[in-house]
Design a protein around this ligand. Structure first.
Ligand SMILES: NC(=O)C1=CN([C@@H]2O[C@H](COP(=O)(O)OP(=O)(O)OC[C@H]3O[C@@H](n4cnc5c(N)ncnc54)[C@H](O)[C@@H]3O)[C@@H](O)[C@H]2O)C=CC1
Ligand SMILES: O=C([O-])CC(=O)C(=O)O
Length: 348
């Protein structure tokens, strides 16, 4: 009895803490800047949980959910959550302009996902056209927005976006990002589990691109630092590179990572919002126009985010011989994926 009462008291205390946190979040949201976040592909496997997570984010004041169909239902559903962000749903081409108007950040998880046996590049045929038309609309309706690209193959869809923006005269390389946060999320999770660390304390930079060997976790720079070498290092590197395929196979034809991607996308969008709002010291790994590897015009590395998007692209730091070899090995694949994206815009 006494212990039952104790647990009820503990539960009530937790509810009280939750309400207090919610109130302080609402206060910070009503006193902070107005921020509109648009999600394109919002009725999909990633789009729905990502929309929900953005609705819970106190830095978001307006959430705009766009898809070719199904978004009014998703928006109605999410809008009932008692957090301050206003929610609107838009479906179909005719509504795309309204969905984008005034957006500070546009997150794009629109497009088809992989099935077992496919590579991310196999999605190019369909997703390249989708991304191209959405980016044309962005240059028309919210040319100043930060654009966070989730649609695969990210190694090519980001160069596609850049070329579309260049053609429209709206390209600002500081504002275009390939979302590679899921690679970081996975590297942190796998490293923490292997080394018996609290995952909340762990960080692992991941550089390169977002497909197979182009994903390079820099475990030599992981914190807290633990020894990792030989077969153990190989296995953890490979598991991070193949994390997407692990989920595709487990889902057995029902798509690819959606929930962990929504989580990762929400982390990245929050970092962008903090940067926009002038918070200092916001650093994320992301795939951006970069000159740190001269032959790779787009490359993921740590970048510092600020009010205009990318404020600083950080170098690779000290890398090991193992990592340097892996970097060499990815170069030709990443360079040709980038070129494929560029060519698509100029040839279509
Ligand atoms: N960057 C990353 O780390 C990750 C990327 N992805 C990629 O994200 C993309 C989406 O994956 P899921 O959400 O699982 O797919 P999904 O098929 O569940 O959802 C995609 C949504 O996009 C919508 N869509 C299609 N054409 C559109 C257009 N022109 N405008 C607006 N919306 C449009 C569809 O109606 C659908 O609701 C895939 O390309 C997938 O490979 C997935 C996981 C991780
Ligand atoms: O593997 C896929 O197709 C989806 C993806 O990009 C990931 O989960 O990292």
């Amino acid at each position: 009895m006494a212990s039952a009462r104790g647990s009820i008291v503990r539960s009530l205390r937790l509810v009280g803490q939750h309400v207090q946190k919610q109130q302080s979040r609402e206060m910070s949201s009503s006193s902070g800047p107005q921020r509109k976040v648009a999600v394109l592909g919002a009725a999909g496997g990633i789009g729905q949980p990502l929309g929900l997570l953005m609705k819970l984010n106190p830095l978001v004041t307006h959430l705009s959910l766009y898809d070719i169909a199904g978004t009014p239902g998703v928006a109605a559903d999410i809008s009932h959550c008692n957090t301050p962000a206003e929610v609107s749903g838009y479906a179909g081409d005719a509504d795309l302009g309204k969905a984008l108007e005034g957006a500070d950040i546009v997150i794009i998880p629109a497009g088809v996902p992989r099935k077992p046996g496919m590579t991310r590049d196999d999605l190019f045929k369909i997703n390249a056209g989708i991304v191209k038309s959405l980016c044309a609309a962005i240059s028309q309706h919210c040319p100043e927005a930060l654009v966070a690209m989730i649609s695969n193959p990210v190694n090519s869809t980001v160069p596609i976006a850049a070329e579309v923006f260049k053609k429209a005269g709206t390209y600002d390389p500081r504002k275009l990002f390939g979302v590679t946060t899921l690679d970081v999320v996975r590297a942190r999770t796998f490293y923490a589990a292997k080394k018996g660390l609290n995952v909340r304390d762990v960080d692992v930079p991941v550089v390169g691109g977002h497909a197979g060997i182009t994903i390079l976790p820099l475990f030599s720079q992981a914190t807290p630092k633990k020894s990792l070498e030989g077969e153990e290092l190989d296995a953890l590197t490979k598991r991070t590179q193949d994390g997407g395929t692990e989920v595709v196979q487990a889902k057995a034809g029902k798509g690819s990572a959606t929930l962990s991607m929504a989580y990762a996308g929400a982390l990245f969008a929050e970092a962008c919002l903090k940067g926009l709002n002038g918070q200092k010291g916001v650093i994320e790994c992301t795939y951006v126009q970069s000159s740190i590897i001269p032959e790779l015009p787009f490359f993921s590395s740590k970048v510092r985010l600020g009010p205009n998007g990318v404020e600083e692209i950080m170098g690779l730091g000290q890398i090991t011989e193992y990592e340097s070899k892996a970097l060499e090995a990815m170069k030709s694949e990443l360079a040709s994926s980038i070129q494929k994206g560029v060519d698509f815009v100029h040839q279509s």
